[in-house]
Design a protein around this ligand. Structure first.
Ligand SMILES: [Zn+2]
Length: 351
């Protein structure tokens, strides 16, 4: 496994002191001078409109299936890496699903089921969601649906990690807790994430297009985001494999337990694949970001159909202690981690 660059979050509390504090090796500055940031911001400001043209559903709705995934004709060259990053192709989404379907864990125990599951990626659906179900209500036609908003949320988290990596390239540290909390709040407020909203947030975070020129960092950020998508699909496969009521159970305790069981299923998939560490990182990141936007209370607890995200984060770490340790995460420090993140994500007054 190749050595990773900086982790997305400061999850690795134990190894942090090991980072060289002084005299970092000289690096080429990766293009984030003030002028370039301003230029990048201007470009991003126009990106929402461009995205609308490039990604709008074609008349009749079938044109994009036979044509190119993204129509680059209206996209300025400087924006293409951004558009590509934010909109993974159906072929990429299919690879995430195949990672789950062909995993040792799934194939050893649920091969027949898994091979019969249809995978549907709906890039035009802004819902930050994925779900398992049955096509036409037919139990013989199990299906997992991945909505575009979910994928965009994952890539947005990846983009924020790029900002951090870019700052690290210039020898500075960037606290991205505030950005992650904004993403969390945006998702919990609307439940959706359109391309335009993603661009709004990138503008709000002052992410220039320059950070997307660092090929190695972009590749790392994509892998991080893909880990989130794999964790989501592993969870949905778990619902099908375990014969769950698929969100229909009126008993909230049963519903929460089924969610927790599907999470553990995804954890077992992560434990059985070659790049399971990336999938676990995605699982942890997903719950970490969502936990930032949750305020726990007994009243809310009774109404919830899903476990609290902080609990899901903790369970994911305990389910894969060795893999978590390889990410630098000590199970005993998970609660500290969430508390620290919440305080780091408080709005700041300094510019
Ligand atoms: Zn679920």
């Amino acid at each position: 496994m190749p050595p990773r660059t900086a982790p997305v979050l400061d999850l690795n509390r134990r190894s942090a002191p090991a980072r060289p504090a002084a005299s970092p090796p000289p690096r080429r500055r990766s293009g984030l001078s003030k002028g370039r940031v301003a230029a990048g911001l201007l470009l991003l400001a126009a990106l929402a409109a461009v995205l609308w043209f490039a990604l709008r559903p074609s008349p009749g709705g079938s044109g994009r299936k036979s044509g190119p995934w993204i129509d680059f004709s209206g996209v300025p060259p400087a924006m293409r890496p951004v558009v590509e990053f934010l909109h993974p192709s159906p072929a990429e989404a299919r690879l995430w699903f195949e990672t789950i379907r062909t995993s040792t864990y799934v194939q050893q125990k649920w091969a027949d089921l898994a091979d019969s599951v249809a995978f549907a990626y709906r890039p035009d659906d802004d819902a930050v969601n994925a779900f398992a179900g049955f096509a036409d209500g037919n139990p013989a036609k199990p299906r997992i649906v991945l909505c575009g908003g979910m994928v965009r949320a994952a890539r947005l988290i990846g983009a924020v990690s790029l900002v951090r990596a870019s700052a690290a390239d210039q020898g500075t540290e960037k606290d991205i807790g505030f950005y992650l909390k904004r993403i969390s709040e945006t998702v919990s407020e609307s439940g959706g994430l359109s391309s335009g909203r993603v661009v709004d947030l990138l503008n709000e975070f002052e992410v220039g297009t320059g950070v997307f020129e660092n090929v190695a960092a972009v590749s790392e950020a994509k892998a991080t985001a893909d880990g989130i998508c794999k964790a989501v699909l592993g969870h949905e496969m778990g619902h099908l494999a375990c014969g769950h009521s698929l969100g229909a159970d009126p008993n909230r305790t049963v519903s929460k337990n089924e969610e927790a069981q599907a999470d553990l299923f995804a954890g077992s998939v992560a434990a059985s694949i070659a790049n399971g560490r990336q999938m676990l990182e995605g699982q942890i990141l997903q719950w970490y970001v969502l936990a930032l936007g949750e305020t726990r209370s007994p009243g809310a607890e009774r109404l919830r159909t899903h476990p609290w995200s902080a609990d899901r984060l903790r369970a994911a770490v305990f389910a894969n202690k060795d893999l978590a340790a390889s990410l630098g995460i000590d199970p005993d420090e998970v609660d500290v981690l969430v508390r620290e993140a919440k305080s780091a994500a408080e709005p700041r007054t300094d510019p």
